[in-house]
Design a protein around this ligand. Sequence first.
Ligand code: ATP
Length: 453
Amino acid sequence: MHSSIQTKLQTLPLPLQELLSAAAVEANDRNWPLYLVGGAVRDLLLQQTEQAINFRELDLVVDANHSASVQGAAELGCALHKLYSEAHLQVYGRFQTATMIWRSHPQLGNFSVDIATARTESYPYPAADPDVVVGSIQQDLSRRDFTINALAVRLTPPRCLENTPVLLDFFGGLTDLHHQHIRVLHPNSFVEDPTRIFRAVRFATRFGFVIEPQTEGYIRDAIASGIYQQTQTHHHPVPALQSRLKKELKAILKLPNWETALVLLSELDALKCLHPQLKIDQAWWKQTQLALSWLTLFDPSVKAIQPWQLILELLVAQLRSEDRAKVAENLCLGEHSHQRLSTLAPMQAEIHSVLIYPRSPSQVVQCLRRYDLPTLLLVTAQSPLTVRQRIWQYLQEWKTVKPLLNGNDLICLGYQPGRDFNAILSKVLFATLDGVVQTKGEAERLVLDYFPL
Ligand code: ATP
């Protein structure tokens, strides 16, 4: 794998190769070693065919130990921005990390490059945001999560072996790629940052790798030591941790084989990081399959809710009603999800109390029409068969039924436009739904009877 990194880099789309060369020239002019790091190196090494990978994001690191400059990344970003003025440049944070963003690049689509200055970090307490200082490339790679993510390709000279870019592999990442192992860099890693537990599961599932036994042991130790409480605590809130946890969960639930990842999280007892009582059982899987199949059917253009978000809400909906809102808040689930989950219990009680008895179509519509599709799917998932059947009929048949008359028809009949129109049209709709009227003429007679002119 090592010897072919040059060949692999040549499979990158031409604009990316040109960008990396330009960045290397700018860095070299300043005497700064520049590295391609992180997921791109891993994915290039894993690439089986010569087919180009369409990267959305590249990570570059400038080794500041050589430059002795915290501003290295920002300066490099500005220099590149002069060459690529169509990109948007953001420089932020104490470390002046630079991000260049292309929206709708003609060849690359939405694309970004992160340029960071090499750094090293320590954690003041478990799960805290780390203290960070400028460091060497080796230190920068040693603060990363897994060996397969701690590889770097040196883009600037000196190059060795016939101009082949140097691949830095301080932690055995190449061997682990070869053996398909997810291996953490140090025993305390999961205690320092519990999101890494979710990342381990995500990469293992995505690549079909295994979490090697010692790393799995560290995960279990971290969870047994109560680290999961850090992700839920309100004593010293760590919002950065919680939003990163949500980002990882989202990435997991967007995997094509997200079910495998959830099973692994459950086996590792890692769902505790979301809530100590959270479990997934047979009933949950059934409910979730049902809700997702209804989502595909009733929201084919994915406007109401993304599948990953529905799965996450279904997970939280497993909890006791009084815990749902807190978990939604902790996980930064957003206003709509929070609202749905915190009011799910009363909504469910109300819907059940109406639909458990035989009801006419218009009664079902009156009960359900104030709820959006995601709410109905959450309710459906935990409902008995009779209720599910009514909700199904509502979504499938009755939701789209229109009254046989519209506002213009009422004006033609001699009614003055106004607030009563809603009441009249609802009356017509309910009569239409219940088959009381079947033609426009019958609807007009009904209106004239009930609402005399
Ligand atoms: P993906 O293809 O999913 O984006 P990636 O490896 O690029 O994979 P990112 O989340 O973009 O994943 O992270 C970029 C790099 O930053 C990783 O490869 C890893 O080296 C490092 N990294 C990200 N999150 C962590 C973390 N929680 N702890 C340590 N290192 C991390």
